[in-house]
Design a protein. Structure first.
Length: 198
């Protein structure tokens, strides 16, 4: 699997690049992880309802093609996009989500933080607050989009939405639990954990 560190990049061109990558890949194309951060943006998934975007203010809202409801991306959040051939890896969607959650939980465990799953609510939680969101698109038997882990960011924009469609759902981040790793270090840990899990 090839890991590509793309840095701080705008959301929409990155999404379009993922679509293009998936459209042109074939059975010989190597799977990739894209490690990115995004400038502030709210993204609304295929099931997303605009009423869950409460007060976006000056932050743009992008309707996208991943699963799920609304979430926020911003600097200080470690995003890893997973361009995977699920047929080649013999992975179903539920198994993929479970492995992503497990990879995040392992990263948190290495920081001595207990991450938890919640039934019917994809992602990873610490003390009831969401620390990592998962949103995927499966097309032509392959995945794109991925997972976002809150590392050291401004969490205020999460109060402008119902995160993942749940009013009042709190957000948390590694910094709030005493982690002082850089965003690059935390993102690399996440990418390494995902590579092992997959």
């Amino acid at each position: 699997m090839i890991a590509r560190r793309l840095g701080l990049v705008a959301y929409e061109p990155t999404w379009r690049a993922m679509q293009a990558f998936n459209a042109r890949r074939d059975e010989a194309t190597a799977d990739q992880l894209w490690l990115v951060q995004h400038p502030p943006v709210f993204t609304l998934g295929l099931a997303g309802r605009r009423e869950h975007v409460l007060a976006p203010g000056d932050i743009p809202v992008v309707q996208t093609d991943r699963g799920g409801q609304v979430t926020y991306h911003g600097p200080g959040q470690a995003v890893v996009y997973l361009m995977l051939d699920l047929r080649r890896r013999k992975l179903g969607v539920r198994d993929l989500v479970s492995r992503i959650e497990g990879a995040v939980i392992d990263v948190l465990g290495n920081y001595r933080i207990q991450g938890m799953r919640r039934t019917g609510m994809p992602g990873v939680y610490v003390d009831g607050a969401k620390i990592a969101a998962i949103g995927l698109r499966i097309a032509r038997g392959c995945s794109y989009h991925g997972v976002a882990l809150n590392v050291d960011m401004d969490l205020e924009p999460f109060s402008r939405i119902d995160p993942c469609g749940y009013p009042g759902l709190a957000a948390t981040q590694l910094r709030d639990h005493g982690v002082r790793d850089s965003i690059d270090a935390a993102q690399q840990r996440l990418a390494d954990s995902l590579s092992r899990a997959l």
